[in-house]
Design a protein around this ligand. Sequence first.
Ligand code: ATP
Length: 354
Amino acid sequence: MAQICIENVRKDFGSFTAVQSSSFTIEDGEFFMLLGPSGCGKTTTLRMMAGLELPTSGEIFIDGEEVGMKPASQRDIAFVFQMFALYPHMNVGKNISYPLLSQGMPKPQVKRKVDEVAQILGITDILKKPVGGLSGGDRQRVALGRAIVRDPKAFFMDEPLGALDAEFREHMSEELRALHDRMGATTVYVTHDQLEAMQMGDKIVVMNHGVVEQFGVPQDIYDWPATMFVASFIGSPSMNFLNFHGIVGSGTTSVALGESEIRVPEQHAGGRGDLALGVRPEHVHLDDASDYRAEVVATEYLGTTQIVTLNTPHGDIKARIASSDRAVVGEKTGLRFDERTITVFETEKGRALL
Ligand code: ATP
């Protein structure tokens, strides 16, 4: 197991900066997600931690030891890639035992380890099968087997489920998380899928354009996004923004939104200028008693809930309400917000007022 710490790490490819000065710590035994859109620098960050890419500047520590210039082979980590890189001419057992045999481990010990790993992964009955005919899931289990058999300090996974179809992906992600909980090894997992990150991760780093936008536990990132990018990227539908020009008076903690006074949590007091109130769709309620008026412009039925698009004086927003609740396109309604959940953003900087 390992604690991994990156401090002010930056990576330039020529004149292009793929990762800007980034710092965060992955605690021993954590399942840690590197999340962000394509090209944001998550793979480059992972590769620097693994020793497959040298940082331009900054320091990387594994268990307190600075390893920035150490090659991958000396970092005692295991990589699991999206494209299950198996040896096609070997059977399942040989694929799993290969890393141990190439380290010179005696055969009886290798057999014991392979049997143990096969049991953990539920693949004992296919150990003698060639890898060629295996299903995607079994191939992924074999790839995992080959990674865990070495008892590395940490696992690094780069979109390991990206090639699987949606249903199987969900199943494998549960399996992976359960496997981690049994083994307890530090795992760093790259994904662009915010739902996967929220469901699987103990902690998440959200990156955009090479910058760490936020770092924390999933619920804090969801409830209190530090930037408008995080607020939009996490959650589906994403957080609503009610744009207005005004003041959040220090001490008063309320905002004049047209004719209405909206209370905001105390920590947001003290902002002025172009601001936006961020409200999650599940915290918007249709309530005729409210004098903040909006028009229903669309409804989308999702089974137990529906997503209602509303035209407000401060922009279009979405509400997630029960399907049994009344929402008719073209009708006007009052809106009420769960005020204690509101985040206030400075729109120019794109940052939450905190
Ligand atoms: P994806 O999910 O698409 O892999 P990512 O977030 O993992 O995206 P990276 O692969 O880390 O992103 O790439 C970040 C940026 O750095 C991209 O613009 C990419 O084109 C660039 N980049 C990555 N590796 C190199 C390289 N060896 N030489 C030049 N540019 C690179």
